[in-house]
Write a protein that binds this ligand. Sequence first.
Ligand code: ZN
Length: 360
Amino acid sequence: MADRERLLKTLTDLIRIDSPTGEEDEIDREITKRLESLGFHVHHDGFKNIIATLPGQGEPLLLSAHMDTVEPGRGIKPVLDGDVLRSDGTTILGGDCKAGLSIVLEALTSVIESGSGHRPIEVAFTRAEEGGLVGVHHLDFQRLTAKTGVVFDGEGSVNRISVAGPSQNVITAHIRGRAAHAGVEPEKGLSAVIIAAEILTQLPLGRIDSETTANIGRVEGGLKRNIIPEEAFLDGEVRSRDNNKLDHYSSEFRRVFDEVGIRHPDAAISLDIRNTYRSYNVEASHPAVAVLCRALANIGMEPRLEATGGGSDANVFYENGIVALPVGIGVQSFHTTREIAVIPEVVQGAEMCEGVIRGV
Ligand SMILES: [Zn+2]
């Protein structure tokens, strides 16, 4: 049985180890030590993702979470307030994804200590997930044999299973106009910022439909108050769970950039559209869903099968032939200083994970 106090201690211990994206070495050492003491063979691939294996009986199972956090995530001071763990308000909590790591470690500890049988386990703890699924893109998939698994990296309670997720195209654009002194000879300038604004007002943005979204998340441009801005930069994305819509809205973006470009022949506009991950959609009858439903039923919970607008390592596992679905880890308000972990829900996560490991 998952042990609440031991799980809470693991969670707070891991939260106290800073691991912003790109600085995962220390948490990696701690987790490697814990996995080795559980009897795992721990390997690091070329990107220093953890791939750990433990023999067992039956179908191999992949358990995954990521080791990095977003900022502000340094010197986090976890505060327990009843059943809720929060930060002191100046940082994130780092429950995303320390709760996921802790759930997997607690479930493994509980099953291994009990001496009961379990499936062959393959653990993949990735780096740089928050940097845009960078670690999993470099994961050494040759080392994995599991065809199904679980990614412990979702918001809310563990019965929330993301059975469908979107594709993402990243959109970046550089606009070059012409600098000129804003007071002396503004007529000689061509403002890249105004061209960017013209583009922005015409792009389809926000929620486009139930499975499609688009955003320009960063706009930069100009140098000084008294210079007509020569350069502007846009950084955005289009997502859809329907790849035809992804292609359609990506070409709409291209059309808007082209049309504005034609109106400003003296400007140089370069647009880059790049796919970062592909969508997935798994039937409720799929064995990867069925095993989660059985493990949830075993602890008296009803599954909630959901379609998400978020991308995760699960997208890249799917592209590589592994159906590993994201589930909730008992954490809310990811990526904010209001982030909290609801401890009874984190414990349920470990209980569900135990069922999957045992193969109930
Ligand atoms: Zn996460």
